[in-house]
Design a protein around this ligand. Sequence first.
Ligand SMILES: *Cc1c(COP(=O)(O)O)cnc(C)c1O
Length: 410
Amino acid sequence: MELINNKYQLSGGIDPLELCKKYGTPLYVYDAAVMERQYHRLTSAFKWPKFKAHYACKALSNISVLRLFKKLGAGLDCVSIYEVKLGLHAGFSVDDILFTPNFASSEEFEEAVQLGIKINVDAIPMLENWGLHHKDHPICLRINPHLMAGGNEKISVGHIDSKFGISIHQLPHVLRIVENQGLTVEGLHMHTGSDILDVDIFMRGAEILFDAAVKFPDLKYIDLGSGFKVPYKPDDIETDIEELGEKLSARFAEFCASYNRELTLMVEPGKFLVSESGYLFAKCTLVKQTTSTAFVGLDTGLNHLIRPMFYGAYHKIVNVTEPTFKPRIYNVVGNICETDTFAVDRRIAEVVEGDIIGFYNAGAYGWMMASNYNSRPRPAEVLIHEGKAHLIRKRETVNDLLNGQIELEI
Ligand SMILES: *Cc1c(COP(=O)(O)O)cnc(C)c1O
């Protein structure tokens, strides 16, 4: 969203204030052109001919968004059987889906096997049982290389006491099980968590995987996960995807030459593909001046965008209605009966009641982490596609809050 002639515009010249008038607030709006741009950045950065990008759909799994990525040629990374079902509903084939759950039930795995989905095994006990029931279903192994990715321990999953993956230190044990049971390992995988700043950390992880890969003769693909960082603050560093793509593709070519087969190189970003495409628009319900602080209160809260409270995430916030007013310093807060602070001491063009406030970078882990806490309905979602705005999810109503409840007459 850009400020053009003192008015905010979404892609195709669409006025966010018009969208808020038409669909109400709070409102999630996504721009398909930005998703396409990010997808093409990724696929052009990786020059390896057998490169495949899987979209990690837990970031944003609206069916229309899944369809868009399907059309672009992406595969799908799914962390629950329900995401798998959404992916199939959106038209992905079973070959395009990698199922990477964590502590999922055996029933969930059974269902994935029945569907014929590629499965990523991330625990030794599971591997030990695999041969009993599913010997003929090839598997991928999620390896934890124990890299500390990024600085935020809440979103890093690669450290030594992480619950994710099979420790690289347990590789000899893994190889014994694979051999004894005659399992086919067709893929190796790592995902060390969000927010990898440094291309070199990624390369180190890749080396660990390549070292392990030579011990598995049946590989078809190596999936290096994600954690690609996008800028949230104006001065934020982002993962240099072009550098990463170039270095990894070159190193992968070398590895394949020594492995004597051309494998598929996979990555599976969520945030990188959708974060910047999304905005959350909310209405200012009240400006409240206390003895110390000016609060801008909104008709949304941690029930709709929890990242600031959950991860300490920074989201750029602007006054969409009056972008040219003199900036003032505000704490921006939600309407939930919790301390749901979106931002502290933030400079925003002076806000009055009724103004529309816009959050940037709300495409990933925004609506998806929304809840009905305080019994408030979740927002509508709009997708701007080929210059036109389409409602892709209705705003919930009180009926959605009642739906599924079995009422006792008490
Ligand atoms: C969440 C997740 C991703 C995507 O992470 P981003 O930081 O959004 O890119 C990829 N792979 C797996 C297994 C995940 O759980």
